[in-house]
Design a protein around this ligand. Sequence first.
Ligand code: NAD
Length: 255
Amino acid sequence: MTGMLEGRVALVTGGRGGAGRAVCERFVDEGARVYAADLTPHGSLGSTDSAGTFVQLDVTSEESVRAAIDTVAAEQGALDILVNAAGIELELTIEDTTLDQWNHIMAVNVTGTFLTSKHALPLLRASEHASIINFGSYDGYIADPQLAAYCATKGAVHALTRAMACDHGKEGIRVNAICPGYIDTPMLEQFFPDGVDPRAARAEAELVHPLRIIGTPRDMANLVNWLASDEARYATGQLWVLDGGLSAQIQQMRL
Ligand SMILES: NC(=O)c1ccc[n+]([C@@H]2O[C@H](COP(=O)([O-])OP(=O)(O)OC[C@H]3O[C@@H](n4cnc5c(N)ncnc54)[C@H](O)[C@@H]3O)[C@@H](O)[C@H]2O)c1
């Protein structure tokens, strides 16, 4: 690797999930000191075999967010990169979504991004290379069936990304969101219908993409890494779609 993030300090929420782990691994490869923040040390992957120092974090709790940021401040005295990758999905129409489910997905995907960013700002302001990368989704632009609340959270993350970039650009803090499509993580497994052979579902999903492939966590980590680096010094307030061309099509025909 090229040492693009040599000496930088990074905090990655959802750091023990599919996307978060890949980001932590890439950041470590690039020379960063990385904190992988998640509900549990094994996250969604069911494994503690992951890059970065684990820090316990529930992004829905302000107290927990404060404690995680305090840990980074006490151990490193600095923070250069915040990646808000913690997220959950809910496969329901609004009619089938309870108010508790709605509030919970909003709390994790939207309030979590708000709280972690808010409490990271004092450290980021002191950095000369400050970058926040949020996790939106192509579902914040267009909708998959039965993902109503999830789509709403990602639209909110997109709007919040632009607003934060406008407010904090003058402080030297860049804020971007990546907007993945189908990426091979535990969240995608959950998205495939019950009772359908996952290999058949994956093959079907590949067919609707112009590139005829599903993305990998590494694809997300590569884009996040660039956005975190000085190569992206002029990039802020943008939503970076990474979906194998899926959203470029007028309809998903099998041509
Ligand atoms: N996988 C995809 O196809 C896809 C597509 C578009 C966007 N995304 C987004 O990418 C991000 C990462 O998703 P992923 O695919 O890695 O999912 P994942 O389920 O593998 O990982 C998510 C991680 O977030 C953690 N988490 C959940 N609630 C939390 C909380 N309250 N506090 C702290 N951590 C919490 C989980 O423990 C898990 O480790 C999410 O925001 C997701 O919406 C994923």
